[in-house]
Design a protein around this ligand. Structure first.
Ligand SMILES: Cc1cc2nc3c(=O)[nH]c(=O)nc-3n(C[C@H](O)[C@H](O)[C@H](O)COP(=O)(O)OP(=O)(O)OC[C@H]3O[C@@H](n4cnc5c(N)ncnc54)[C@H](O)[C@@H]3O)c2cc1C
Length: 254
């Protein structure tokens, strides 16, 4: 089965930290067909209203027993309407979409995450595609999402900018020992400056790096060209169809 466009029932939608929600929807593809790093375009079904017109992209956070889960921060109108949904409400969902993280089963892969970049982690962990997580936050309160991350057998190392938990400094400070220790690949998801630095560090060591990009997107399927990102060698790629997960070396990070 490829991607589907469905009206899906919400099975749960609850706040897990201020402004951050975890939502599950019934999804026919949730039992094995979705790959870690893929995303869905979602929109709260509001009878009589088409505002906002466009669905919003969210990474598939986890998928099991016919339910696809999403972890999202309320930013504006689209996510604000999603946050109001309760069990039994309907959501318009198109997915799963985009290119996933590569399958490097059995290889030593480190995941560098910042902020909502943790969203795809449980599905990656379930499929055993990552062995170690380095997580960055500004302060302890931003780590509340850790309480709902189901990451069996995966060690998490934390860096906070104010030193309230773990290493005091940036999450990228934690990466050099792994690069020097011969980690085979690095996956990264989070703020662009963090991913740019992770990509630079990996490039300098010749370590493979895949980044999950974010861009405003309207269609989610490569038709509108709204999510174009410049490539290092010239030209553009589209985050929705060439990504969101891309080889970090092909991006012109600026
Ligand atoms: C692949 C991918 C995966 C993501 N996964 C997650 C995740 O797991 N968790 C999470 O919290 N966030 C995730 N995001 C970010 C999330 O999609 C945004 O925070 C969300 O779209 C905000 O929508 P909003 O309506 O609440 O905010 P708004 O600020 O109201 O709008 C959001 C965006 O929609 C875009 N938009 C509005 N109108 C148009 C238009 N006419 N044409 C094109 N774009 C328009 C704007 O660029 C705006 O930035 C992901 C983004 C991408 C690209």
């Amino acid at each position: 089965m490829g991607r589907t466009s469905v009206s899906a029932r919400v099975v749960e939608n609850r706040p897990i930290a201020p402004g951050i929600y975890r939502m599950g929807i019934e999804a026919p593809w949730a039992d094995g067909l979705v790959m870690p790093g893929q995303f869905c375009m979602l929109q709260a079904a509001c009878p009589g209203s088409s505002d906002p017109l466009l669905k919003r992209p969210l990474s598939v956070h986890d998928a099991e027993d016919g339910v696809a889960w999403f972890l999202y921060r309320v930013v504006g109108k689209g996510t604000g309407l999603l946050a109001r949904l309760v069990k039994g409400d309907m959501v318009a969902a198109v997915g799963p979409l985009g290119q996933p993280f590569p399958s490097l089963a059995g290889r030593r892969v480190v995941f560098v995450a910042g902020g909502m970049g943790v969203a795809p982690l449980p599905l990656l962990a379930r499929r055993r595609r990552v062995m170690k997580v380095l997580l960055g936050a500004r302060r302890e309160e931003e780590l509340a999402v850790l309480d709902v991350l189901d990451l069996p057998g995966i060690e998490v190392e934390i860096a906070t900018e104010d030193g309230s938990v773990g290493h005091k400094g940036l999450v990228t400070d934690l990466l050099p020992p792994f690069l020097e220790g011969g980690v085979e690949a690095v996956f990264t998801c989070g703020p662009m400056p963090m991913m740019r630095e992770v990509s630079r560090m990996c490039g300098a060591r010749g370590t493979a790096c895949w980044a999950s990009l974010e861009a405003a997107m309207a269609c989610g399927s490569g038709l509108c060209m709204g999510c174009a990102v410049r490539k290092a060698g010239g030209g553009y790629l589209h985050v929705c169809s060439d990504g969101p997960v891309v080889d970090a070396a092909v991006i012109a990070w600026g």
